[in-house]
Design a protein around this ligand. Structure first.
Ligand SMILES: [Zn+2]
Length: 461
């Protein structure tokens, strides 16, 4: 008997990504977007929800509005390793005049608008450029903060739809599938206190009985996973919050780089919560999908990246180059590297490719009757005359993303068919023909004892 398929909730990072949602609307289990995106484009975002319904033959796509509350809390500066409470990560180069003369670097308008919507605690944080210190907020203040975050998620889109003559009759469609409790980043340095606060905020939010299921969000550094007491605390306390679900976001937890103990700890949280509440990995990939049999409800990620996501981005970091997702090893790799493996894995013709690599409509369309055309997935150009390096062309990046997403939906069905005890063999067998290909060693690990495929298999035993 197969398990229910895990849900794949796709995160809309910007309106430039809408095309992926429109074309794949029927395959999606959910849509998520941040409050900052909603606030910079309220009309476009609200109407997009209605539009997607039409692309699904009248069936609404469940959506989640992420209140992004963590952005207004403390974080660890990735460059110095120090705690920062100055909201610097929300600021842009833009200068704003405050008072008569002096100019300040201002908080980006999208976050400013979001703070105005989320209520007094958030507005004060932005005004004073000082992160919310949740530990200093007493009981009544916490309830108020939770209520404001609930109201934002439940009412904001309905309000915007009601204000539009044409859309107001659809205002009822503006209700999210769940409401998130307010959440703030928890680092190992304040792990005990931070997790306690996260549990408290989820408990309070559930006690306020909003008209949608409450989901907790645990946003914490991945070192929490190496602390047995913290892991046990989450397993024991999350179900007591009465939240219907939880989304796990362990900063730095990259399924393909995580050590065995953290993979095992992650799995133990999923197992520990199984049957008690819905469990999602907010930035998950194939390893998370394989935890379906342990009780994982679903994953979310962006259209072409974001299976891991740092809480604080390194400022000035280049956007990642989209590579080709190689389904047998569940990882994106450079296109020339895939090509160099063809002789080793017996791919000589397009038919071999469709049988051994991918037969999605994108790959079939690109390759057609000429295997050499596979190279177009990696087509590069000099994006701007002043660019120092070549980058993938927008057309190639788009093909890579569609191919990846179509595969993700196939994987969703594939994992649901597995028996729990067969998962470790499944992942090893799937990767096996490619495991010893020299060009893939940089991705798979030279030594089998450190390779993610082997670690996944071990963690699943
Ligand atoms: Zn494909």
């Amino acid at each position: 008997m197969s398990t229910a398929q895990p849900k794949v909730v796709l995160r809309l990072g910007s309106h430039a990504e809408k095309e992926y949602f429109e074309k794949l609307a029927k395959s999606l289990d959910g849509l998520m977007f941040g409050g900052n995106l909603l606030e910079i484009s309220p009309g476009a975002t609200s109407s997009f929800i209605l539009f997607l319904k039409t692309r699904r033959g009248g069936q609404a796509l469940p959506f989640y509005l992420d209140p992004m509350t963590y952005c207004f809390g403390p974080y660890i500066d990735p460059q110095t390793g120090r705690i920062r409470t100055d909201l610097e990560a929300l600021k842009s180069g833009r200068s704003v005049k405050r008072g008569s003369k002096k100019k300040f670097k201002g908080v980006k308008s999208s976050y400013q608008a979001l703070a105005d919507q989320l209520g007094a605690a958030f507005e004060t944080a932005v005004k004073s450029s000082k992160a919310i210190d949740i530990s200093s907020i007493a009981s009544a203040g916490r309830d108020k903060l939770c209520q404001a975050v609930i109201d934002y998620q439940l009412k904001r889109i309905q309000e915007m739809l009601s204000e539009d003559e044409l859309m107001k009759k659809f205002a009822g469609e503006g209700k999210p599938a769940a409401v998130f409790a307010p959440y703030f980043f928890v680092h190992e340095k304040w792990g005990g206190e931070g997790l306690k606060t996260a549990i408290d905020l989820a408990t309070r939010t559930a006690a306020l009985k909003p008209s949608a299921p409450v989901h907790a969000l645990i946003c914490a550094s991945d070192s929490i996973l190496s602390n047995a007491a913290h892991v046990k605390y989450l397993i024991d306390e999350l179900p007591k919050t009465n939240a219907a679900g939880v989304w796990l976001w362990f900063d730095g937890f990259d399924e393909q780089q995580a050590p065995l103990d953290r993979l095992v700890a992650f799995r133990s949280i999923v197992r520990g919560l199984s049957g008690k509440m819905e469990v999602y990995n907010r930035h998950g990939g194939y390893f998370s999908l394989l935890l379906t049999q342990d009780g994982l409800t679903g994953i979310s990620h962006g259209v072409g990246y974001g299976e891991r996501k740092p809480v604080a981005q390194v400022i000035g970091a280049a956007a990642p180059t989209v590579r080709y997702y190689l389904p047998p090893i569940c990882k994106r790799v450079g296109v020339p590297d895939v090509q160099r493996c063809f002789p080793d894995v017996g791919v000589e013709t397009p038919a071999d490719f469709f049988a051994k690599v991918c037969d999605c409509q994108i790959c079939k369309g690109v390759i057609g009757s000429d295997l050499a055309r596979f190279a177009s997935f990696g087509k590069m150009h000099r994006a701007r005359p002043e660019s120092h390096r070549d980058s993938q062309t927008p057309a190639a990046a788009k093909m890579c993303r569609f191919h990846f997403l179509i595969n993700r939906f196939k994987e969703r069905a594939e994992v649901a068919k597995l028996k729990a005890a067969d998962r470790h063999k499944h992942i090893t067998d799937k990767a096996s023909p490619w495991r010893n290909c020299y060009p893939l060693q940089q991705y798979l690990g030279k030594q089998k004892k450190n390779g993610y495929i082997e670690l996944w298999a071990e963690a699943l035993k």
